[in-house]
Ligand binder design. Structure first.
Ligand code: DX5
Ligand code: ZN
Length: 220
């Protein structure tokens, strides 16, 4: 069994101490940095944009997983590649020509991800799954950290896993939203490969230990 990955979400970091929090993740058992970009149009919130990501990637020593919650993401694919993104996820609901978008992401040397809102049926990926490196399955409605995990996510993971196997794809399943020590193991048992965790990590007393514990739970 391949190792399960932990991706702390920088949305929950202390923005006045970003360098400190990035070093913390660098020195932890975390595998990726998860970076949430919101435009206030696709989701009802604005997070941060290019200058902040540029500052972040100056210090990151692990792969940078960028989750775009923006309309018309094609406009910015090259920009995010240049800023140091290694994995770039676009929302299914924001793309009219998803196949073209995914090829454009790969042409820039990044892994191509597709994020799915909680209401979006997994079966819509049937004809595109072999082109997707990562499905970022939202287990909350995108836009905010610290929300309650939606339990139906387990059904969706099972459906997605079955689809990936049926199509012989090598797509990874990432779960984003409301991940804690209470559901980490169950999510991995259901088929998750990558767990994003924002509030649970950054609001904890000992963040390095929290990441280490999540990693151990996910691989137990
Ligand atoms: C929500 C973001 C998530 C968020 C997760 O729109 O995509 O990545 O940061 O935060 P928590 O772990 O607090 O639910
Ligand atoms: Zn995210």
């Amino acid at each position: 069994m391949s190792s399960k990955l932990i991706a702390p979400s920088i949305l929950a970091a202390d923005f006045a101490n970003l360098e400190r929090d990035i070093h913390m993740v660098n020195h932890s058992d975390a595998d990726w940095f998860h970076i949430d970009i919101m435009d206030g149009v696709f989701v009802p919130n604005i997070s941060f944009g290019m200058p902040v990501l540029k500052a972040i990637t100056k210090y990151t020593k692990k792969p940078v997983d960028v989750h775009l919650m923006i309309v018309d993401p094609d406009r910015y694919i090259k920009t995010f590649a240049d800023l140091g993104a290694n994995i770039l996820s676009v929302h299914y609901e924001a793309c009219t020509h998803l196949h073209r978008t995914l090829q454009a992401i790969k042409a820039e040397g990044m892994q191509a991800g597709v994020a799915l809102n909680p209401h979006t049926n997994v079966s819509l990926l049937e004809d595109i799954i072999n082109d997707i490196d990562l499905v970022c399955m939202m287990s909350v409605n995108p836009g905010f950290g610290g929300q309650k995990f939606i339990e139906n996510t387990y059904n969706k993971i099972a459906q997605l896993k079955a689809l990936i196997e049926r199509r012989g794809a090598s797509t990874r399943i990432e779960i984003d939203g409301g991940v804690t020590d209470k559901n980490a193991k169950a999510l991995v048992d259901a088929g998750a490969d990558v767990l994003v965790a924002g509030s649970f990590v950054f609001k904890s007393e000992d963040q390095i230990k929290t990441i280490g514990d999540l990693k151990a739970l996910a691989n137990s």
